[in-house]
Design a protein around this ligand. Structure first.
Ligand SMILES: [Fe+2]
Length: 217
């Protein structure tokens, strides 16, 4: 067990009492966080896969998505870059450039660049299995100003305004996962599922994810 980036990480494996891989060394810590914890049916991979399941975003979450770069497998990390056109009342439709780092099957860190990067938000989605078929999913959001934020940014920099933005963005994350729950709570395992092009790179992601599965004895 160890603390990195303000998160307690625990290694669990029947095969190895010590970690077989290390966390990235560049994970930043965020201190001012808005957070929420869900009790969810399913497995941590479901949460991580949500980040590459591009096909469900416009239908389930009403978020049109443009894939900026093909996902990249970097050892124990899987990196995804997309652009959202997100309706965020009362602010209208806002473009978000989103970079996601999936770290093993337990953690996803999304960076949102909003207003051309003048505002940046960071959301952790952390999945902890608690029984063989249930998990806790904790989401936590922080914000900070990017360069060139200008006068509006100066106003945002006050702690009260930043907290308001942070809470609002975390509420959107909570709202989105609420929609996912309607799916996750009714999923069934299918050994050889059929995928189509609209599902996004789920096949490639699942291939990457296999490295974390128990090895046959
Ligand atoms: Fe989703």
């Amino acid at each position: 067990m160890r603390e990195t980036a303000g998160i307690i990480w625990a290694w669990h494996s029947d095969a190895s009492p010590t970690p077989e891989w290390e966390l990235p060394s560049d994970l930043p810590r965020s201190d001012d966080l808005s957070h929420h914890t869900f009790d969810v049916a399913g497995y941590p991979q479901d949460v991580m896969e949500n980040g590459v399941d591009f096909g469900h975003l416009p239908h389930l979450h009403k978020i049109p998505v443009k894939v900026e770069d093909e996902p990249v497998s970097k050892g124990t990390e899987y990196v995804v870059s997309v652009e959202f056109q997100r309706s965020m009342p009362p602010f209208g439709t806002i473009q978000q450039d989103v970079s996601m780092r999936i770290i093993g099957l337990g953690a996803l860190r999304a960076e949102y660049r909003i207003f051309d990067g003048k505002l940046r938000a960071y959301t952790w989605a952390l999945a902890t299995p608690v029984t063989p078929s249930r998990m806790n999913v904790r989401v936590a959001t922080s914000v900070r100003l990017g360069q060139g934020a200008g006068a509006a940014g100066t106003r945002l920099a006050s702690s009260t305004a930043a907290a308001t933005v942070r809470k609002a963005l975390n509420a959107y994350v909570k709202h989105d996962i609420g929609h996912d729950l309607t799916v996750w709570n009714h999923k069934q395992y299918i050994k050889h599922p059929k995928l189509n092009e609209g599902d996004g790179p789920i096949g490639a992601f699942r291939h990457w994810a296999r490295q974390f599965y128990p090895r046959p004895v």
